[in-house]
Design a protein around this ligand. Sequence first.
Ligand code: ATP
Ligand code: MG
Length: 137
Amino acid sequence: TQRTLSLIKPDATRRNLTGKINAKFEDAGLRIVAQKRLHLTKAQAGEFYKVHAERPFYDELTTFMASGPIVAQVLEGEDAIAKNREVMGATNPADAEAGTIRAEFAESVGENSVHGSDAPETAKEEIAYFFAGLELV
Ligand code: ATP
Ligand code: MG
Protein backbone atom coordinates (compact mmCIF):
# COMPACT_ATOMS: atom_id res chain seq x y z
CA THR A 1 0.00 0.00 0.00
CA GLN A 2 1.07 3.53 -0.85
CA ARG A 3 0.21 7.12 0.11
CA THR A 4 -0.09 10.20 -2.07
CA LEU A 5 -0.86 13.88 -1.57
CA SER A 6 -4.03 15.23 -3.13
CA LEU A 7 -5.23 18.83 -3.28
CA ILE A 8 -8.76 19.89 -4.11
CA LYS A 9 -8.10 23.23 -5.80
CA PRO A 10 -9.91 26.57 -5.27
CA ASP A 11 -12.12 26.26 -8.39
CA ALA A 12 -13.60 23.08 -6.89
CA THR A 13 -14.00 24.24 -3.26
CA ARG A 14 -15.69 27.40 -4.62
CA ARG A 15 -18.29 25.24 -6.36
CA ASN A 16 -18.78 23.04 -3.26
CA LEU A 17 -17.47 19.90 -5.00
CA THR A 18 -15.36 18.41 -2.18
CA GLY A 19 -17.83 15.61 -1.40
CA LYS A 20 -18.35 14.64 -5.03
CA ILE A 21 -14.60 14.53 -5.61
CA ASN A 22 -14.03 12.50 -2.44
CA ALA A 23 -16.67 10.00 -3.59
CA LYS A 24 -14.63 9.43 -6.78
CA PHE A 25 -11.53 8.67 -4.69
CA GLU A 26 -13.40 6.30 -2.38
CA ASP A 27 -15.16 4.55 -5.29
CA ALA A 28 -11.72 3.90 -6.79
CA GLY A 29 -10.54 2.22 -3.59
CA LEU A 30 -8.53 5.15 -2.23
CA ARG A 31 -8.91 5.88 1.49
CA ILE A 32 -8.76 9.48 2.77
CA VAL A 33 -6.45 9.08 5.80
CA ALA A 34 -5.86 12.81 6.49
CA GLN A 35 -7.69 15.91 5.34
CA LYS A 36 -7.80 19.65 6.11
CA ARG A 37 -9.01 22.87 4.53
CA LEU A 38 -6.61 25.77 4.23
CA HIS A 39 -6.02 28.97 2.30
CA LEU A 40 -2.48 29.26 0.93
CA THR A 41 -0.68 32.55 0.49
CA LYS A 42 0.77 33.16 -2.95
CA ALA A 43 4.24 32.56 -1.47
CA GLN A 44 3.18 29.18 -0.06
CA ALA A 45 1.60 28.19 -3.39
CA GLY A 46 4.83 29.29 -5.10
CA GLU A 47 6.91 27.11 -2.78
CA PHE A 48 4.65 24.10 -3.36
CA TYR A 49 4.81 24.48 -7.16
CA LYS A 50 8.46 25.63 -7.33
CA VAL A 51 9.33 22.93 -9.91
CA HIS A 52 7.24 25.00 -12.32
CA ALA A 53 8.94 28.33 -11.45
CA GLU A 54 10.33 28.77 -14.98
CA ARG A 55 7.09 27.84 -16.75
CA PRO A 56 5.10 30.63 -18.41
CA PHE A 57 1.99 29.75 -16.36
CA TYR A 58 3.72 29.91 -12.93
CA ASP A 59 2.35 33.32 -11.95
CA GLU A 60 -1.18 32.42 -13.09
CA LEU A 61 -0.95 29.06 -11.30
CA THR A 62 0.22 30.45 -7.97
CA THR A 63 -2.28 33.34 -8.07
CA PHE A 64 -5.05 30.81 -8.72
CA MET A 65 -3.91 28.43 -5.97
CA ALA A 66 -4.01 31.32 -3.48
CA SER A 67 -7.39 32.61 -4.73
CA GLY A 68 -9.49 30.59 -2.26
CA PRO A 69 -9.48 27.65 0.13
CA ILE A 70 -8.08 24.27 -0.86
CA VAL A 71 -8.52 20.87 0.75
CA ALA A 72 -5.23 19.02 1.34
CA GLN A 73 -5.52 15.29 1.84
CA VAL A 74 -3.52 12.10 2.02
CA LEU A 75 -4.93 9.20 0.02
CA GLU A 76 -3.91 5.62 0.76
CA GLY A 77 -4.31 2.45 -1.25
CA GLU A 78 -2.72 -0.06 -3.59
CA ASP A 79 -0.69 1.96 -6.15
CA ALA A 80 -2.26 5.13 -4.75
CA ILE A 81 -0.11 7.54 -6.81
CA ALA A 82 -1.01 6.03 -10.18
CA LYS A 83 -4.58 5.25 -9.18
CA ASN A 84 -5.16 8.82 -8.03
CA ARG A 85 -3.80 10.23 -11.27
CA GLU A 86 -6.05 7.88 -13.19
CA VAL A 87 -9.11 9.10 -11.27
CA MET A 88 -8.01 12.74 -11.79
CA GLY A 89 -7.69 12.43 -15.57
CA ALA A 90 -5.43 14.42 -17.91
CA THR A 91 -4.19 17.88 -16.88
CA ASN A 92 -6.27 19.50 -19.63
CA PRO A 93 -9.94 18.59 -19.10
CA ALA A 94 -10.41 18.58 -22.89
CA ASP A 95 -8.10 15.53 -22.98
CA ALA A 96 -9.43 13.84 -19.84
CA GLU A 97 -11.24 10.51 -20.12
CA ALA A 98 -14.96 10.43 -19.42
CA GLY A 99 -15.77 9.78 -15.78
CA THR A 100 -12.56 11.29 -14.45
CA ILE A 101 -12.64 14.21 -12.00
CA ARG A 102 -11.17 16.65 -14.50
CA ALA A 103 -13.51 15.55 -17.31
CA GLU A 104 -16.52 16.10 -15.04
CA PHE A 105 -15.50 19.12 -13.00
CA ALA A 106 -12.43 20.99 -14.29
CA GLU A 107 -12.98 24.40 -15.86
CA SER A 108 -9.72 24.76 -17.83
CA VAL A 109 -6.12 23.47 -18.03
CA GLY A 110 -5.20 25.83 -15.20
CA GLU A 111 -8.32 25.62 -13.04
CA ASN A 112 -8.43 21.85 -13.12
CA SER A 113 -9.92 20.99 -9.71
CA VAL A 114 -7.30 18.62 -8.30
CA HIS A 115 -3.59 18.00 -7.81
CA GLY A 116 -1.96 14.62 -7.23
CA SER A 117 1.67 13.74 -6.53
CA ASP A 118 3.45 12.22 -9.54
CA ALA A 119 6.05 9.89 -7.96
CA PRO A 120 7.00 8.29 -4.59
CA GLU A 121 9.66 10.94 -3.88
CA THR A 122 7.36 13.90 -4.57
CA ALA A 123 4.53 12.22 -2.64
CA LYS A 124 6.75 12.00 0.42
CA GLU A 125 7.86 15.63 0.14
CA GLU A 126 4.38 16.95 -0.60
CA ILE A 127 2.76 15.04 2.29
CA ALA A 128 5.42 16.48 4.63
CA TYR A 129 4.76 20.00 3.26
CA PHE A 130 1.12 19.85 4.41
CA PHE A 131 0.98 17.36 7.31
CA ALA A 132 2.96 16.90 10.52
CA GLY A 133 3.90 13.39 11.61
CA LEU A 134 1.34 13.44 14.42
CA GLU A 135 -1.48 14.16 11.94
CA LEU A 136 -0.77 10.92 10.07
CA VAL A 137 -1.90 7.62 11.52
P1 ATP B 1 -0.84 18.71 -10.76
O1 ATP B 1 0.65 18.82 -10.61
O2 ATP B 1 -1.59 19.94 -10.31
O3 ATP B 1 -1.38 17.43 -10.19
P2 ATP B 1 -0.44 17.77 -13.44
O4 ATP B 1 0.64 16.94 -12.83
O5 ATP B 1 -1.50 17.08 -14.24
O6 ATP B 1 -1.19 18.60 -12.31
P3 ATP B 1 1.58 19.68 -14.22
O7 ATP B 1 2.21 19.62 -15.56
O8 ATP B 1 2.34 19.21 -13.04
O9 ATP B 1 0.16 18.93 -14.33
O10 ATP B 1 1.11 21.19 -14.01
C1 ATP B 1 0.79 21.65 -12.71
C2 ATP B 1 -0.44 22.52 -12.78
O11 ATP B 1 -0.13 23.73 -13.48
C3 ATP B 1 -1.62 21.93 -13.54
O12 ATP B 1 -2.41 21.06 -12.79
C4 ATP B 1 -2.39 23.18 -13.91
O13 ATP B 1 -3.16 23.67 -12.80
C5 ATP B 1 -1.27 24.17 -14.18
N1 ATP B 1 -0.95 24.20 -15.62
C6 ATP B 1 -0.32 23.26 -16.34
N2 ATP B 1 -0.21 23.61 -17.64
C7 ATP B 1 -0.82 24.83 -17.75
C8 ATP B 1 -1.06 25.74 -18.83
N3 ATP B 1 -0.64 25.45 -20.06
N4 ATP B 1 -1.72 26.90 -18.54
C9 ATP B 1 -2.14 27.19 -17.29
N5 ATP B 1 -1.94 26.37 -16.22
C10 ATP B 1 -1.30 25.22 -16.45
MG1 MG C 1 2.17 17.73 -11.51
